[in-house]
Design a protein around this ligand. Sequence first.
Ligand SMILES: Cc1cc2nc3c(=O)[nH]c(=O)nc-3n(C[C@H](O)[C@H](O)[C@H](O)COP(=O)(O)O)c2cc1C
Length: 185
Amino acid sequence: MKSVVLFNGSPRMDGNIATIMGVVARGAQDAGAEVKNYTLFKMKFMACMSSFNCRREKGECPIQDELAEAIERVKKADAVVIGSPIYMMQMSGPVKNLYDRLFPLMDSDGSPRYPGKKFLTVYSQAVDDPQTYETYFDYTAAMFPSFGFNLIGNIVCTNANDPENAERNADLKIRAYALGKALVR
Ligand SMILES: Cc1cc2nc3c(=O)[nH]c(=O)nc-3n(C[C@H](O)[C@H](O)[C@H](O)COP(=O)(O)O)c2cc1C
């Protein structure tokens, strides 16, 4: 059975990211995957401490917290989804901390230690134009190959201050469901 790991980086438990991640998860489950959801704002975890332990041979991260188990699951997963609201024109703080903690997934030369994972990003933003942060999304995506993440799509929910906007957007949910399935194919 294929495994998919999802990280929700929004503090709003019933917000737009939660809605979209739920639909993506359903698509992946309907395609036969085992799905594991993590809500970063419910987890106690530290930022990367820059021990560089993971850069020595295949050294492990010395931080043992709630994120450590999730990262082990990511290493073994077939597909990963990371969803974040846009705060101050960037991903939310916990999502940035998650990416930093994924440092052990890449080797010192930038090559992936666990290659071949399908990857999907989900962002929500207040502004109406879905292209507003496109340059940022592309810039951020440059790190994904080093994690072994092959980006298959990016879902952007606009006008997202209203927590129910994604729920009302049928087209967005259809795309989210299809991409959830595509993670498993
Ligand atoms: C601290 C903070 C900073 C924000 N900065 C931006 C921003 O730079 N651009 C933007 O479009 N929306 C911004 N927003 C709005 C959020 O992106 C929006 O409320 C969020 O995507 C809602 O998603 P959710 O329902 O999944 O929590 C900001 C919101 C907060 C709380």
